[in-house]
Write a protein that binds this ligand. Structure first.
Ligand SMILES: [Ca+2]
Ligand SMILES: [Cu+2]
Length: 400
């Protein structure tokens, strides 16, 4: 990874090299120019024309065909069985009109056919209490707690080489939504125990999703727990809950019966005091505060982004479509490519976060994709794990 800020065109955020000073601003300006071109090639649509009931899904999405094999028993604690099967993966254009900024579904097309085997999946995002157990058992030190080195960031000024992480920092005034460095900052001393900086802590937050987790931190936890991160295909199959081509994990309507189904962002974004918490929560929510999807999974939309094991490539779906047929248990491409930041190594994020809003980024839509530089953590990215049936059987046998 290089020293340039990570500028994902969704809720992009600077990477952990630090943002203070002209060094950061120069790099940021260049990167943002690129992103601006990438994400605004077509004019933002401010009129929400698409509604759930009028959208046509005649052509692209075919029915989901879940495997018929019954769930093995007993279930691992806190996990639910995802039967696997064949489904249509991706997001079509109908999602575009629901977001004020264009391009939200661009990398999630074309829709293509995928098969995944059945697996166990954590019903909730990993909590602070769960991550603490792992750290207590292993003395693991997360990326955000490590001092960045001169080797990793050769051009960063030494004063920026201080442990810390990326934190959402609301703006004082309304701002044009064309530069997310306005609302993301590198905060010294931010880490999983101090999600928004040294003055924050985890008191009363045992059941909140752990955040400030880089990719390798999530993998380290999963290995310790005898689990692994989901592939992007597994994640989407699970999140769709057996439905086909729906906009959201629960159906086609954002607020069925006027009821919120996920922790996202209402109110003026990204202004201080702008988050109205109309959905019940300003900022992060404890896990499992909304109805689970049909497979029993909580918070597959909103709250925190979740790491997947696949490298992120903007053209992954195009490549699979071109290959034809049904992609079986796809593991993602061999390397990462985000044209907005071609030198950054990124893995897939899915599900959106408590910061997702129809004013800027509606990636709580079940078929849309996110991405994150692998060493960059932030206070809106966490994870959940999966486990294969054989791995669970093995674990049970070991404990006999
Ligand atoms: Ca909220
Ligand atoms: Cu978003």
């Amino acid at each position: 990874m290089n020293q340039s800020p990570s500028t994902a065109p969704r809720m992009g955020k600077p990477s952990r090299a630090g943002k203070e000073g002209p060094w950061f601003n120069a790099v940021a300006a260049i990167a943002l120019a690129l992103v601006w071109n990438m994400t605004t090639a077509s004019p933002p649509c401010s009129v929400k024309t698409g509604t759930a009931s009028t959208r046509s899904m005649a052509s692209v999405f075919a029915p989901t065909l879940p495997n018929k094999t019954p769930a093995p028993s007993p279930a691992p604690p806190g996990m639910v069985w995802i039967p696997g099967g064949e489904f249509s993966m991706g997001s079509d254009d109908s999602g575009e009109s629901l977001c004020s900024l264009a391009g939200v579904t661009r990398d999630a097309q074309p829709i293509h056919r995928v098969y995944v085997d059945g697996f166990w999946m954590d019903a909730t995002e990993l909590t602070n209490a769960q991550f603490r157990k792992f750290v207590q058992a292993t003395s693991y030190v997360t990326v955000a707690e490590q001092k960045p080195t001169k080797e990793e960031f050769p051009t960063a000024p030494p004063e920026n080489l201080i442990a810390g992480s990326t934190v959402f920092t609301p703006t004082k005034q309304p701002v044009p939504l064309d530069n997310y460095f306005q609302w993301w900052g590198y905060v010294h001393g931010a880490d999983w125990r101090h999600p928004t900086g040294p003055k924050s802590d985890l008191k009363g937050r045992e059941k909140y999703p752990v955040v400030q987790i880089a990719y390798e931190d999530a993998v380290a936890y999963a290995n310790w727990a005898g689990k692994r991160l989901p592939t992007e295909a597994e994640w989407e199959f699970a999140a769709r809950g057996g439905k086909a081509g729906q906009l959201y994990a629960w159906g086609n309507e954002f607020k069925p019966g006027g009821k919120f189904q996920a922790n996202t962002y209402q109110g003026k974004f990204p202004v201080e005091g702008g988050d109205t918490g109309e959905d019940g929560f300003k900022g992060l929510a404890p896990v499992a505060q909304y109805r689970p999807n049909a497979y029993g999974l909580y918070d597959v939309a909103g709250n925190v982004w979740e790491w997947c094991s696949d490298w992120y490539r903007v053209d992954t779906y195009a490549r699979l479509k071109l290959a034809g047929g049904v992609a079986r248990n796809p593991q993602g491409p061999d390397s990462s490519y985000d044209p907005a930041e071609p030198n950054e190594k990124k893995r897939v994020h899915r599900g959106g976060s408590f910061l997702c809003t129809d004013q800027y980024c509606t990636r709580y839509m079940v078929g849309t994709r996110g991405k994150g530089e692998v060493r960059t953590a932030s206070n809106h990215v966490g994870f959940r794990c999966v486990m294969t049936a054989p791995a669970w059987r093995e674990k049970q046998n070991r404990n006999k």
